[in-house]
Design a protein around this ligand. Structure first.
Ligand code: WT7
Length: 714
């Protein structure tokens, strides 16, 4: 649509400027106190007092050799950091290793009889499984033999997995790593369609899944999703040849979906032919690809973060050691799902590379009640605990006094995925940690492989609501829209960037080099031809403020991405799913603050001519989102409106809608093409919310996030 701005009122470009500068408005934060590390921690901590000096900026990039030296290499690297393809940075070039060997084989001699994993089924009466490093070695080798001989793949071919939280998931991934296949696990809670889209993008020929799993006490049919995934991949032009179906209860099939002859195979049956087999691990280049992890961005399609074997593994191992303070004899529990990057880095690869015991819990934290996590911790002697603010808020809401009833003691507790409210932080510290555990608030992204902002638990003080300084070997900085540094302690927000690359940074976005450049580097790159890493600050897409002491406070995404319960969903992805409902002409997704889940989605939709607003259409939109994406995308409300607030160039102003849904200031709307709709939508939505008692009380950070929501794409 043409820009028909009359002279005198601001143009679309000017409006855009105004929206962007809001990202820099000083907000009056309440500065939280620093809480020193727990006494006595330092004596046993992995991170010694010299570590900050060893990782000082002048020691970059060789400081990261300390991480690489934690691994077992077949051949040492020739080059620490190769920048010749900047901004595609290659670490440990010339080095050779195998990730599976590092996570399994190398522990056999010393820790073969120790638990590598402990599997806790959701049903409390079901037996807990202890899987030693020797057991894990056997299971991975047998499955690798099956994959190699039955599937006919080559090194670096892709294997998609759509597995729930059961030991067969890490077994499948480690078997791929052993053979040099690139795995791409799709979160089990995602729909079959979402899985199919990702498998098609990865051009996978094999899909590994499971028939069923427990969630909230119910056995869920999961295999049906494989059928949908294959259909969807086929529509995208990719033919998946084989579906390997693990059975939750070997020998029993719990799914209504028929097994397709010649395509679908039960793994437990096939495995009979591979009992006791051993598979020689592939010798991989450090710069080969270990896996793809899909994540949402500002366009409709999700993108595959492509992580390397050597750089990634060294980074997650080093950060696990120092920031989670993992020792082999610890019992470590991260409640995330292996289907997200947190699970890859900090349930699977990092902890196993260090030879510790990592827990795999099948179900939801509050099943059958909010005491479950603390019973598990007590029973298994968990001493390092890792979770997300959304779970902490839920556990506090449903069982504030539960932790006190159980006899466990954590030394380190982590929070990840979204900013944690200082009040929630304090409950975590006092009630869950019993005033004795260090909290590490770890800020990072799917694309970064591992932590970017966090405190060293034995050395650096904690600050509720702030992740801390940037981590060892990485220098963070906040730039304004023009690339000027925003000084520490100014109270002014801007775009948080990393001045230098690090080994965990993905190598690229799978088959989309240009997008990799556009998203992370285009804004602040100083010279597109430069081979010097100093010219390539990486923009992470979060707004942040930096206190005078260097601690960063993350304010949330500055793009059109909604962080639901700690996971990113793109607005475009949500909107294109919503318009799959035939009644819908146009849709806009916005984040709404929610007491327990952090952010939830609200959908605004306009109907095609001939349709009348009804509860059924609202329900249909909601069901469509769940079908296309998964339950995580279920909107809190669907609002049917006559028209969306739009700029004169026809762009939907999501920021305005977000303001309405959150009861915050919608800003100047006089320049919209249709300013009058704002009033009618406000009346419609807010009166319904008032009646339902849904008027949120937003923190300064939350208000800032809503104000700047989608500002970069207006
Ligand atoms: C986005 C990345 C990294 C694993 C989980 C999410 C937000 C993440 C924190 C934190 C404040 C956080 C950011 C980031 N985020 N951790 N500790 N404090 N915000 O991975 O789905 O790639 O999402 O999550 O906004 O950009 P992801």
């Amino acid at each position: 649509m043409a820009d028909t701005t009359p002279t005198g009122s601001p143009s679309a470009a000017e409006q855009r400027e105004a929206a962007l500068s809001e990202a820099q408005i000083a907000v009056h934060w309440r500065e939280e106190e620093l809480i020193p590390p727990p006494p006595g921690f330092q004596e046993h901590a992995n991170a010694d007092s010299g570590i900050l000096e060893r990782f000082a900026p002048e020691n970059f990039p060789q400081c990261f050799e300390e991480y690489a030296n934690l691994l077992t290499w077949e051949k040492r690297w020739d080059t620490i950091l190769d920048t010749s393809g900047a901004p595609h940075f290659l670490w440990w070039k010339g080095g050779r290793l195998n990730a599976c060997v590092n996570c399994v084989d190398r522990h056999l001699a010393d820790r073969g009889d120790e638990d590598a994993m402990i599997f806790i089924p959701e049903l409390e009466e079901d037996e807990i499984q202890h899987i030693t490093y020797s057991d894990l070695h056997r299971r991975v080798n047998e499955f690798a033999a099956l994959l190699r001989d039955f599937c006919g793949l080559q090194r670096q071919d892709r294997v998609s997995t759509h597995m729930p939280m059961v030991p067969e998931l890490p077994v499948s991934l480690l078997a791929c790593a052993r053979l040099g296949y690139i795995h791409s696990q799709v979160f089990g809670g995602f729909s079959g369609e979402a899985c199919g889209m990702r498998a098609a993008d990865a051009q996978a020929r094999i899909l590994i899944t499971m028939d069923s799993y427990y969630r909230n006490g119910e056995l869920i049919d999961h295999k049906v999703k494989a059928d949908e995934a294959i259909e969807r991949a086929r529509k995208e032009g990719v033919e998946i040849e084989k579906v390997l179906v693990w059975r939750r209860m070997p020998g029993e099939y719990h799914s209504d979906s028929p097994m397709i002859e010649g395509r679908d195979f039960f793994v437990d049956e096939l495995l009979e032919d591979y009992r006791g087999q051993q598979v020689e691990p592939e010798s991989m280049e450090a710069t080969d690809t270990l896996f793809l992890m899909y994540s949402s961005g500002t366009t409709g399609r999700s993108k595959g973060a492509q992580h390397s074997v050597g750089g990634y593994l060294s980074y997650v191992t080093g950060t696990c050691k120092y920031y989670l303070d993992i020792h082999p004899e610890d019992t470590y529990w991260c409640m995330a799902d292996i289907g997200w990057i947190t699970g890859h880095s900090y349930i699977l690869y990092g902890p196993l590379a260090l030879g510790t015991t990592t827990l795999i819990y099948e179900g939801v934290p509050t099943y059958p009640d909010a005491g479950r996590p603390w019973r598990i911790a007590e029973k298994l002697g968990v001493n390092i605990f890792h979770t997300a603010p959304t779970s902490i808020r839920m556990l506090r809401k449903l069982g504030p006094d539960e932790p006190a009833k159980y006899n466990y003691q954590f030394k380190v507790m982590t929070t990840v995925g979204e900013p944690i409210e200082p009040d929630v932080w304090r409950w975590y510290y006092h009630s869950v940690g019993k005033d004795k555990a260090a909290i590490t608030d770890t800020w990072w992204l799917t694309e970064t492989g591992g932590f970017l902002g966090a405190t060293l638990p034995g050395l650096q003080a904690m600050k509720p609501g702030s992740c801390g300084p940037t981590v060892l070997g990485i220098e963070g900085v906040i730039y304004d829209e023009d690339g000027n540094e925003i000084p520490k302690g100014s109270g002014v927000a801007g775009n948080i960037c990393m001045r230098n690359p690090w080994p965990g940074l993905m190598m690229t976005i799978w088959r989309q080099d240009q997008r990799y450049f556009d998203i992370f580097f285009s804004k602040y790159n100083r010279d597109p031809n430069s081979k010097d890493w100093r010219d390539w600050p990486a923009m992470m897409g979060d707004g942040a403020v930096q206190a005078a002491d260097g601690y960063f406070r993350i304010l949330g995404r500055i793009d059109d991405v909604i962080n639901v319960a700690g996971h990113r969903l793109g607005t475009k992805e949500l909107e294109s799913a919503a318009i799959e409902a035939e009644e819908i002409a146009e849709a806009a997704a916005v984040p709404v603050h929610d007491e327990t889940r952090g952010r939830v989605v609200e959908m605004y939709v306009a109907l095609k001519p001939g349709y009348e607003a009804s509860k059924e259409i609202e329900q249909h939109v909601s069901d469509t989102l769940v079908r296309v994406i998964g339950p995580i995308a279920r909107p809190k409300h669907v609002w049917i409106v006559s028209d969306m607030p739009k700029t004169r160039s026809g762009k939907i102003m999501r920021r305005v809608i977000a303001g309405i849904s959150n009861f915050t200031d919608v800003g100047d709307v006089t320049t919209l093409a249709n300013p009058d709709v704002v009033e009618s939508i406000t009346e419609h939505v807010q009166s319904a919310k008032r009646a339902a008692g849904e008027v949120p009380d937003l923190s300064a950070e939350a208000q800032h996030e809503i104000k700047t929501f989608g500002a970069d794409s207006e």
